[in-house]
Design a protein around this ligand. Sequence first.
Ligand code: GLN
Length: 493
Amino acid sequence: MDLTSLTLTELRHALRTGQTTSAAATEAIINRIVAVDNQVQSYLTLADELAYQQAEAADQRIAAGEETPLLGVPVAIKDIICTAGVETTAGSKILDGFIPPYDAFVVQKLKEAGAVIIGKTNTDEFAMGSSTENSAFFTTRNPWDLRRVPGGSSGGSAAAVAAQLAYGALGTDTGGSVRQPASLCNLVGLRPTYGRVSRWGVIAFASSLDQVAPFGRTVADCAAMLQVVAGYDPRDSTSLNEPVPDYAAALTGDIQGLKIGVPEQFFGNGLNEEVAQAVRTAIDKLVGLGATIHPISLPHIRYALPVYYLIAPAEASANLARYDGIRYGPQINGDDLLDSLKKTRALFGPEVKRRIMLGSYALSAGYYEAYYGKAQKVRTLITRDFKEAFTQVDVIATPTSPVTAFRIGEKADDPLSMYLADIYTLPLNLSASCGLSVPCGFDSQGLPIGLQLMGDTLQEATILKAAYAYEQATAWHKRLPVLQSPSSPDEEE
Ligand code: GLN
């Protein structure tokens, strides 16, 4: 059996029925990482020793008849999520060598469920970016075309799952950082409702927007990841104390009568023609499956980008004040305290510095009302637009990303064009909705395209249901990128 080509759901079946073991799957994944990750560069840190221990423990639990959606499954974690005893850098030199003393809530949940944590994946520094080019360490490559970006900021997690170097992965989605790379790598990525998943132990970027979000090769895989990490946590004051539904039960394939809203604002200038075509065809497919289409309007969406780029940097500038070289990470000693601080904080990369400056400006006396205060008000209007739309429809369908994977370096020197990569994803983060990206086609260069499906507060099951019905009626998710790996040992079995 070629273990690494199995989906998460297929692996669970093989484990449950005794066709393989977690130890064998873990070994196959690690062997493949050794064979091909020098091309993809998705992992920053491998935790192979711990992974083998976790796999053995999982095999014992499986033998004892235990069942969880992730028992024995090797997964990857974005390097902005704290893992006890395993280096966690947030893609930044300012946390180089930082070893957290505790696990994030989501990591505790994964371990309780018996998942095997393979390692930590690359990210744009502090999750600021859409390509992983802002990582202080290296750029991850898109497994579909190694000259292109995998998207970001959770590009390492996306590339790892796409390249079959993990069966599922966690990222974070503050403005699109899971849905956009999912779209660029032919994966399913789901941004849950704010508060659905605890942020405890997640290194903060923009606290009112940050949310842990799972990747999978299929809708069922992504649902299994969400099932395990969702839930109430009193240590995150914004965590929602609401029951977690059985997401797998929502995957019926039946979307008869589902009302889909299609906002024309998401099909305007800047949208690549092939992407538009694929998304419209996907929406037709949903109609063919029994859904109905309703035109809706989200009039304040056009302010989403400037609102996001005031709120996110403002919150980031406050959150990043803690990196002083005294409590975490490397400290560079200068002539005096101020000089030491300056030298240490010079470890921040250019995008992080840009955000700190933007954010500090937006929050400063005299400008606060004009920028941050006004942005908060417009954020309320955007949230109301979504709320109003969800009184009329169950799901909103749009493209996930205006373009397919772009070339490494193409946007790196132009922050504004990089910010535009999230034009369709970040409105949702400003509201209290949830959304996912599901594979819906390929462009003429063979690069994946994603369909975004958004749902109302805590309606993760609804968007999963719609995505599953679509996925079952199409075959896009079955395509895998081809990597040259002549020596990959698991492929010789
Ligand atoms: N690309 C957006 C930004 O740079 C979103 C990032 C994210 O979701 N973490 O802010």
